[in-house]
Design a protein around this ligand. Structure first.
Ligand code: ADP
Ligand code: MG
Length: 263
């Protein structure tokens, strides 16, 4: 004979079912939402929807948190924290369009060009965060970091192909600071293979302080640079940012405000 009271029985059954379904949120909220449902006279369907909604919301939040952690962003910079007034060369409709992340399923690229301090890394991280929220796995590294990763893979037999295949699971790869350090021939070759393997397969977001016309300096080879740019820009949004460094500018404005105040 069952020793449990009907209430204890349903508690145990629901706890067991939530576990079997791997839906811990349901296990946590069914009781409290049941009380609310009784108080507010919800229909069975409304109650079921409320319970499932909580589970789905938690699952999405956990997925986003996991993607944000594995993306290895160097800082948390959001698009909401980016002030477009400081960057008149950036068209707001273009930024708003990129923020929808619709460039990712079509494997389009984003290239951000401009001098230091204009917000390239900030925008790259901000767009990367949007992608994580939209459910796309993202991986961020500097150009130098990518070369280290790819040469480590290359040193193992057949490792480069394996690594490039593995990287396909990331729908967006961010390559920050291309051009700060020139590549030797081996590094240029590895980078070319990365770009070639992503072509029409997965998005790249690249930031560089050098205009395309100077990419020959990065790869020490104009032909390689031209072939690379050709593949990158075939399906891409290329954004050139200019203006003063945000750091210098905000500092100058701060100084000016302080001076004004003193007058
Ligand atoms: P870059 O990568 O182009 O050298 P960063 O993205 O590192 O520049 O920007 C330098 C600093 O200025 C960062 O702390 C960044 O958050 C901030 N910054 C740059 N542009 C803006 C902006 N338009 N609005 C808010 N913060 C900005
Ligand atoms: Mg930067």
């Amino acid at each position: 004979m069952n020793q449990l009271s009907p209430d204890e029985n349903i508690n145990a059954t629901l706890a067991h079912l939530a576990k079997a379904l791997k839906t811990p949120t349901i296990g946590r909220v069914w009781q409290q939402l049941g009380n609310t449902a009784r108080e507010q006279g919800w229909s069975h369907e409304q109650y079921l929807a409320a319970v499932l909604q909580r589970q789905v919301a938690d699952r999405e939040a956990n997925g986003t948190a996991l993607r944000m952690n594995s993306a290895r962003f160097p800082a948390r910079k959001t698009l909401e924290d980016f002030n477009p007034d400081y960057q008149p060369s950036l068209r707001r409709d273009v930024l708003a369009h990129l923020a929808t992340t619709s460039f990712i399923p079509t494997a389009d690229n984003v290239i951000l060009l401009g001098p230091p301090g204009v917000g390239k890394t900030h925008l790259a991280i901000g767009l990367g965060i949007k992608a994580c929220h939209a459910g796309y796995p993202v991986l961020f590294d500097t150009a130098a970091g990518w070369i280290t990763r790819l040469s480590a893979a290359h040193d193992q037999h057949g490792g480069l192909d394996k690594e490039l295949r593995r990287l396909r699971r990331y729908k967006l790869l961010i390559i920050d600071e291309l051009g700060y350090i020139p590549f030797d021939a081996d590094a240029a070759n590895l980078f070319f293979q990365l770009v070639a393997s992503r072509y029409e397969q997965g998005s790249l977001l690249i930031t560089s302080n050098l205009a395309f016309s100077r990419w020959g300096e990065i790869f020490a080879d104009d032909v390689v640079a031209a072939a690379m740019i050709d593949r990158l820009v075939h399906h891409a949004e290329v954004i050139s940012l200019d203006g003063d460094s945000y750091r210098t500018r905000t500092r100058r404005e701060l100084l000016e405000t302080n001076t004004t105040k003193k007058l």
